[in-house]
Design a protein around this ligand. Structure first.
Ligand SMILES: O=C(O)[C@H](O)[C@H](O)COP(=O)(O)O
Ligand SMILES: [Mg+2]
Length: 306
């Protein structure tokens, strides 16, 4: 049984001790910093407090819809200045994996992407050719010619060697059918992340993990996940930021991604904030998927450690 998480809210001394324990904080974004475009109160001040104490702050998000550059713009707009170098998203993680780990053979190195512009930008940043994504040719009803062309392979691009599925706000039968046919013909099945829901507008919506299910169900296999809690992502983050894992803390709102990511990555600590997907009852149970080392009502409670 994991140790009982330490509750930080209201305990100024405990918060100061918590902050002093680490030199790097990996921040999840959705549900920790903000809900959609609504930044939680006190978050910008909390990030600047940590930076004023010489702490390194890295944003590690499973949201595949935005590139690192998109995140810099969103963070700055919400009062959290940062560089693209400080952001590590699931689309970037997938692009690194495809380009530097998979090493696809020439002629089979194209990606069929189900997702938004973030996936396209990050694949392009690693020089990976792709089709799909936000291409309007795929945002339409399937036609009889499409069925015929998939069945006989005539409309399938022979260079596609990977199907990469992320969060796609324009999902449809045509894209799912193409993903299924590419995987059936041997393409490697990858997903940016498997989050079941996306916190937005103070409610929950379908997450990337709920978009890829039709393809996974049809092909009868689960994709390799490249976002949290994947340790391929942790290894890439460690390599890029030269982390001292013992002095690194993961701060997140979702147990099966953020907290699991930190625990399996053997980080020095994990902090669960209750503003996003999971609540205390989700880890205060025998069969909890992950139990954090610390928890707080909201991120800005760390301001008590100033
Ligand atoms: O469905 C998704 O892709 C996720 O809910 C989402 O975007 C998670 O982002 P994070 O909490 O990792 O910033
Ligand atoms: Mg989150």
């Amino acid at each position: 049984m994991a140790a009982t998480p330490k509750y930080l809210t209201g305990d100024g001394a405990g918060i100061k001790e918590f902050i002093d324990k680490f030199d790097t904080f990996l921040f999840d974004c959705d549900g920790v910093l903000w809900n959609g475009d609504h930044v939680y109160e006190g978050v910008p001040e909390t990030i600047s407090l940590l930076k004023s104490k010489g702490k390194r702050v890295v944003f590690v998000t499973n949201n595949s819809t935005k590139s690192r550059q998109d995140y810099v713009k969103k963070l700055e707009k919400l009062g959290i200045p940062c560089d693209a170098e400080d952001v590590f998203g699931s689309s970037y993680s997938a692009a690194i994996y495809i380009n530097r780990i998979l090493k696809l053979p020439p002629g089979k190195n194209k990606v069929f992407a189900i997702g938004e512009s973030g996936i396209e930008t990050e694949l392009a940043s690693e020089g990976i050719p792709f089709i799909g994504g936000t291409d309007p040719n795929f945002r339409r009803d399937i036609t009889p010619a499409d069925f015929e062309g998939m069945a006989n392979g005539s409309i399938l691009d022979p260079e596609v060697g990977v199907v990469l599925c992320g969060l796609d706000f324009h999902i449809n039968y045509l894209k799912l059918a193409l993903g299924f046919h590419y995987v059936q013909r041997g393409a490697i099945f990858l997903a940016t992340n498997a989050d079941s829901t996306l916190p937005m507008h103070h409610a929950f919506f379908l997450g990337a993990g709920s978009i890829m299910i039709p393809v996974a169900n049809a092909v009868g296999e689960q994709p390799t996940i490249l976002g949290k809690p994947s340790q391929a992502m942790m290894d890439a983050v460690e390599g890029k930021f030269q982390l001292d894992r013992a002095k690194t803390c993961m701060i997140g709102d979702r147990l099966n991604t953020d907290i699991k990511f930190g625990i399996e990555g053997k980080l020095g600590g994990t902090l669960h904030v209750l503003t996003g997907v999971n609540q205390k009852a989700d880890w205060d149970r025998e069969d909890a998927i992950a139990v954090p080392a610390y928890y707080a009502d909201k991120l800005s409670d760390l301001l008590q450690g100033a």
